[in-house]
Ligand binder design. Structure first.
Ligand code: FO1
Length: 328
């Protein structure tokens, strides 16, 4: 707990494929190579023989400035010749792979088969596309999110893309997590002597952040890092900005609001960031909380929220230093 109360140093953000990515873009603008993004790989799957890592792809494209902002996945200016030709062959077309995007998956697939680690491939692709922040898969070992629905278990991409999040969710599990190890790059990022803060991005806690926290060792590394940990709520006024977070919360019997998100992370975080629309809930959150605009429409919004999170972490560090000095 003896971190310098400063925005200098290194920072970590945990991200899935939607809100967390936007915050990562803002943080990367401010921090460049001083930012490590630990990315969920529970959504990964093998499709048509290709190793697809959707959240790594989305983070990569967003930080490289080539993300299709309309869909929130895939590359902008994409063409679809491959998908049309695939359809003509009678092959499955429910999961759309654009022509440019295809290169990312082919590159990942052949490199994995040649013995490279997912982390090394991510670093290679990030460097190739001019990204300075470190994009780190949570593990090089396979972890697969399975969504238990009323109609039976579904792999994540079947639930999310093929069935459009329509099935009613009863539980989630992360197959392979218990045997997975955090990579040495993740361990290094979370145990860096100059680590100034850890931010849980506004991604879906149940589908995107929990798989990261399920990798043995990651929670403990976060706790023992001594760095302040803050979470940003993905829920604004009872609604998810994008995706099925609020729907899943209701299906799991939870109140879809920021208070529930804060409770979900309560044993791990020191501070909570919530939207101004939820100001009325602040008193009910038993954590140090910052109320601000968390809706990230523009790059300015992303940078502003990133700055707020960093300032919040700095304040939490200062308070803890003061607390330490005051204690006998
Ligand atoms: N999401 C969709 O809703 N439909 C798609 O066809 C689709 C294709 C796709 C291809 C590559 C990739 O990296 C991501 C893709 N996504 C697609 C997004 C993705 O599957 C989900 O948004 C994430 O897994 C949730 O974070």
């Amino acid at each position: 707990m003896s971190r310098p109360p400063s925005e200098a140093g290194t920072w970590v953000v945990l991200s899935g494929g939607s809100g967390g990515v936007k915050l990562a873009v803002g943080l990367a603008r401010l921090l460049g190579e001083r930012l490590s993004i630990i990315v969920n790989t529970g959504d990964d799957f093998t499709h048509l023989g290709l190793s697809i890592s959707p959240d790594l792809d989305t983070v990569l494209y967003a930080l490289a400035g080539i993300l299709n902002e309309e869909t929130g996945w895939g590359r902008n200016g994409e063409t679809w010749t491959f998908m049309r030709a695939l359809g003509e062959l009678g092959e499955p077309t429910w999961f759309k792979l654009g022509d440019g995007d295809l290169a990312t998956h082919v590159d990942r697939t052949w490199r994995l088969r040649a013995g490279a680690r997912l982390t090394q491939i991510g670093a290679h692709q990030a460097t190739a596309l001019g990204v300075r922040a470190r994009i780190l898969p949570m593990s090089d070992d396979p972890v697969r999110t399975v969504v238990a629905t009323d109609g039976g278990p579904l792999s994540f991409q079947e639930y999310f893309v093929r069935y459009g999040c329509r099935p009613v969710v009863r539980a989630t599990r992360f197959e392979g997590a218990a045997a997975a190890q955090p990579t040495r790059e993740v361990i290094d990022a979370l145990s860096a002597p100059d680590l100034a803060g850890i931010i849980l991005g506004p991604s879906n806690p149940w589908l995107s952040v929990d798989p990261i926290l399920a990798v043995p060792g990651i929670r403990d590394l976060m706790r023992t890092s001594g760095a302040p940990i803050v979470a940003v709520s993905p829920i604004i006024g009872g609604q998810a900005v994008k995706g099925p977070t609020a729907k899943i919360m209701a299906e799991l019997g939870l109140e879809p609001d920021s208070r529930t998100i804060a409770q979900h992370y309560a044993d791990l975080i020191h501070g909570f960031v919530m939207d101004s629309a939820d100001q009325a809930l602040k008193e009910e959150i038993r954590l140090d909380a910052v109320v601000t605009n968390t809706m990230m429409r523009s790059l300015d919004d992303k940078v502003a929220l990133a700055q707020q999170c960093m300032t919040f972490c700095r304040r939490l560090s200062e308070q803890r230093l003061v607390g330490l000095r005051a204690s006998p």
